[in-house]
Ligand binder design. Structure first.
Ligand code: HEC
Length: 123
């Protein structure tokens, strides 16, 4: 009996491992098309469509002290971006335009994972 329980625990753990993507994969898939994620190459730098992820993390850290506030700001912005919420300066808007809403393309829970990941990353 004990064996069966531990076996099913292992199988269960393996399933969740394969079913859910790592925060890094999520960030690359959902935000990496515009925000520089993962390895930086010259090609990526030349084709930048938005400020890199670390610039977002820096803005969030400068503006908010509390970890939960930083995450909430990123979740809210990715789902409902608007000019008046922008922490980036006017130059950013002139260069890249305001970010399009990702509502329907990514869930708040996924953005939470992505935010935690980019806020933890050292750069
Ligand atoms: C289609 C391109 C595109 C995608 C995809 C994208 N962004 Fe952005 N994002 C932008 C642009 C352009 C800006 C800079 C202008 C602005 O701040 O709105 C930006 C800015 C931001 C900002 C800073 C806003 C500010 O000015 O304070 C946050 C936070 C952000 N993005 C989060 C995300 C997250 C999280 C994802 C993935 C779930 C994501 N973005 C995916 C284009 C994109």
């Amino acid at each position: 009996m004990k064996k069966i329980v531990s076996l099913s625990l292992i199988v269960g753990a393996l399933c969740t491992m394969f079913a859910s993507e790592s925060p890094e994969e999520l960030a690359t898939k959902k935000c990496g098309e515009c925000h520089l994620m993962g390895a930086i190459t010259k090609e990526k730098l030349d084709n930048m469509k938005a400020p890199p992820y670390w610039a977002i993390a820096k803005k969030a850290r400068e503006r908010y002290e509390n970890e939960e506030d930083k995450i909430s700001y990123i979740i809210d912005y990715a789902l409902h971006p608007s000019e008046d919420k922008m922490l980036f300066p006017v130059d950013t808007k002139q260069k890249f335009g305001v970010m399009p809403s990702l509502e329907g393309k990514v869930t708040a829970e996924e953005i939470r994972k992505i935010s935690t990941y980019i806020l933890e990353k050292k750069f």
